[in-house]
Design a protein around this ligand. Structure first.
Ligand code: PLP
Length: 403
């Protein structure tokens, strides 16, 4: 059976060039970058070269790049490494759990967090961030692209607020990296986390931009690696893979790949929306009453989204049943609920955007790989209506209701 993978926001496969770049560093060139002999020096040179590529990717100095194990570590490091008892922290209620759970942890150590809610469109209003700032606010953390809706957050505006108020600013850019033009100077952040496996690189490796002079305490100690900012023997093959993925991502933004991806996503979205009783989560709310730039950020038209993502609700369908039914037909997508300690909870992101539990549960996230094709979209557009029709036909919820 044909399989189409449309769950790129969960993870992506390596591009062949990434695999080829990494290959020598598992066996022939296995040196430890800290060793002083030739093998070590070669590994060190390779890590330095990768660092220069990441510096180009972030638009920062080489010395401002710290390699780590990925997004969770970057997010945790920003919070645990910046906040002390008595500090105030501002983040949003739509962040990844790597931020939300870390905020819960620091709460036990006297750090209070304000969770700013998004507007209905999924956008965070920078004015709401500004309103949350207090004299003791030390850190703001806002994601670049939401993992569930793809909505791109106004990080530049938030960066300006952080600069004006003297607050440190971290961006979880795990889902934005490789999908939007990247420039930490333009974003105005002090810290920025990315992960290789969301951009066709290997799992378990990532990087963090740490602006020079930012007083970030390391999460891991026990070695002088990464200028004492992150102890642990460097994952040389992983770092090489991350650098190759970053290099390819930079090309994709220039050579039309991302524009092509947006067009494919738009075609998919338009096709799915032909099914009755559906709608996009994280799109412009047409004619939002009284929308004004100061009052509600929702007047931004259209709401900017990462090129590869669409999140769609389906009336009278159980989202999990739809995920399974599509999987059986060869299509991998993910639903609007997550399993927490055995119980299925509706997505905190969709709930924060004001969806009710039923609609949040009945939502699907389609996230396209950079390598997605027209044929993939055609296949998914054949499978979704069939699956929805079938589930609605057997759904007790649908009995007696129209379309
Ligand atoms: N932040 C966001 C927005 C994510 O989507 C993810 C992964 O899903 C993470 C952080 C965690 O990244 P990693 O899987 O590299 O730990």
């Amino acid at each position: 059976m044909k399989r189409v993978y449309m769950d790129a926001n969960a993870t992506t496969p390596l591009l062949p060039e990434v695999m080829e770049a990494m290959r020598p560093y598992w066996m022939e060139r296995f040196g430890n970058a800290s060793s002083i002999h030739l093998d070590g020096q070669q590994a060190h040179t390779v890590v330095d070269r990768a660092r220069a590529t990441l510096a180009e990717f972030f638009n920062c100095r080489d010395a401002e790049v710290v390699f780590n194990s990925g997004g969770t570590e970057g997010d945790n490091t920003a919070i645990f490494g910046m906040l002390h008892p008595g500090d105030h922290f501002i983040t949003t209620s739509i962040e990844h759990s790597a931020i939300l759970e870390a905020a819960k942890r620091v709460a036990q150590h006297g750090v209070e967090t304000t969770f700013v809610a998004p507007e209905k469109s999924g956008l965070i209003n920078p004015a709401a961030i500004l309103r949350a700032i207090r004299p003791e606010t030390r850190l703001i953390s806002v994601m670049l692209a939401n993992n569930e809706t793809g909505v791109l957050q106004p990080v530049e505006e938030i960066g300006r607020i952080a600069a004006d108020t003297g607050v440190f600013f971290h961006i979880d850019a795990v889902q934005g990296a490789g999908k939007v033009k990247f420039d930490v100077r333009r974003f105005g952040c002090h810290l920025c986390s990315i992960s290789a496996h969301k951009m066709h690189g290997p799992k378990g490796v990532g990087a963090m931009f740490v602006r020079r002079g930012t007083p970030l305490e390391p999460l891991l100690v026990g070695g002088s690696h990464e200028r004492r900012q992150r102890a642990g023997t460097e994952n040389v093959p992983g770092i090489v893979g991350l650098a190759k993925a970053a290099e390819l991502a930079m090309h994709s933004l220039e050579d039309g790949t991302i524009d092509r991806l947006a067009k494919l996503r738009d075609r998919l979205e338009a096709g799915v929306l032909k099914i009755s009783g559906t709608g996009v989560n994280g799109a412009q709310i047409p004619g939002a009453p009284g929308a004004s730039h100061l009052g509600t950020w929702e007047s931004t038209n259209p709401v900017p989204r990462a090129a590869n993502t669409t999140n769609i609700w389906f009336d009278q369908v159980e989202g999990e049943a739809l995920v399974i039914s599509m999987d059986l037909k060869g299509v991998a997508v993910s639903g609007g609920s997550a399993c927490h300690s055995g119980a299925t909870e509706p997505s905190h992101v969709l709930m924060a955007m004001g969806l009710d539990k039923t609609r949040a549960r009945a939502s699907l996230r389609f996230s396209l790989l950079k390598t997605a094709t027209e044929a993939d979209v055609d296949y998914v557009l054949k499978v979704v209506p069939e699956a929805v029709e079938h589930l609605r036909a057997i759904s007790p919820v649908a009995v007696g209701t129209a379309g």
